[in-house]
Design a protein around this ligand. Structure first.
Ligand code: NAP
Length: 248
């Protein structure tokens, strides 16, 4: 598969940590050139120091429409054409439905739905024909768990859009497929407000799932690489559930 990624130019949103960062490491090893985004300049600089020189960092908060437009303008100005786009940046702010606020709704939708939608739209002039878009969705689209309603809806919303875009953008050679990760050990749990004890207990509870443990970003990377590469050219609107059986 590595030969299908050699020399490809791929943009990953939210590659300063977790699944995005692990994917960046792997794609670089396979010979791809990368554009990576993050919402925090210092974390972006740290990621570039770790990833090396074949990475172009762009400060772009997925919830910031002006920054998304600036990124698209910058790429066009620098004549950067993309073979792949990984829409990975996402947030998880669990809240009981009764306590759900407009702020929680707006923030989650802005990052998890509006962000990938507007990023894809802004980058249309930069996408080669053919090109592959991979959306990092979630097992939460399939499996209900309390307090994840807004998050689940935000991921399902983009999956709904992607289904239509697979037809609408087909003549440009653009195809969209999704990965639905199960619980994966990243910073997202701490950012969701869980303390270390709660995180450990949550991960331990996953010993009862078929895979018997929490997933790691590295469990997801091979499937992301497959979807972004020409090896998956026949796939349109596919969902790969990588949840260790959590959603069964
Ligand atoms: N981990 C899981 O259990 C799990 C399960 C299912 C789906 N997912 C999905 O997988 C994707 C990656 O999550 P992860 O687990 O790797 O989380 P993570 O470790 O928190 O990484 C998320 C990445 O997205 C970036 N990001 C967050 N908000 C952003 C924004 N507004 N604009 C630009 N970048 C932003 C983060 O930047 P900072 O470094 O500045 O925070 C970070 O680089 C998300 O879409 C998430 O919903 C995760």
């Amino acid at each position: 598969m590595s030969s299908t990624l050699q020399g490809k130019t791929i943009l990953i949103t939210g590659a300063t940590a977790g699944i995005g960062f692990a994917t960046a490491q792997s794609l670089l090893q396979k010979g791809a050139r990368l554009v990576i985004t993050g919402r925090n300049q210092e974390r972006l600089n740290q990621a570039v120091r770790k990833l090396g020189e074949r990475v172009i960092p762009v400060l772009c908060d997925s919830a910031n429409v002006a920054q998304i437009q600036q990124m698209a303008t910058q790429l066009q100005r620098d004549n950067i054409k993309l073979d792949g786009l990984i829409l990975n940046a996402g947030v998880f702010y669990p809240v009981a439905f009764e306590q759900m606020s407009l702020d929680n709704l707006n923030t989650t939708m802005a990052v998890n739905f509006n962000g990938p939608a507007l990023t894809l739209q802004a980058l249309l002039p930069c996408l080669n024909n053919p090109s592959s878009v991979v959306f990092i969705s979630s097992v939460a689209v399939l499996k209900a768990f309390a307090t994840a309603g807004v998050y689940s809806a935000s991921k399902a919303a983009f999956e709904g859009l992607a289904r239509v875009l697979n037809l609408e953008l087909a003549e440009r050679g653009i195809r969209i497929n999704s990965i639905r990760p199960g619980v994966t050990a990243t910073e997202i749990q701490a950012k969701a407000g869980m303390d270390q004890d709660a995180i450990s207990g949550f991960f331990e509870s996953l010993s009862s799932t078929p895979v018997g443990r929490v997933l790691t970003p590295e469990d997801l990377v091979p499937a992301i690489n497959y979807l972004i590469s020409d090896a998956s050219i026949g796939l349109r609107n596919a969902y790969i559930d990588i949840d260790g059986g959590f959603g069964l």
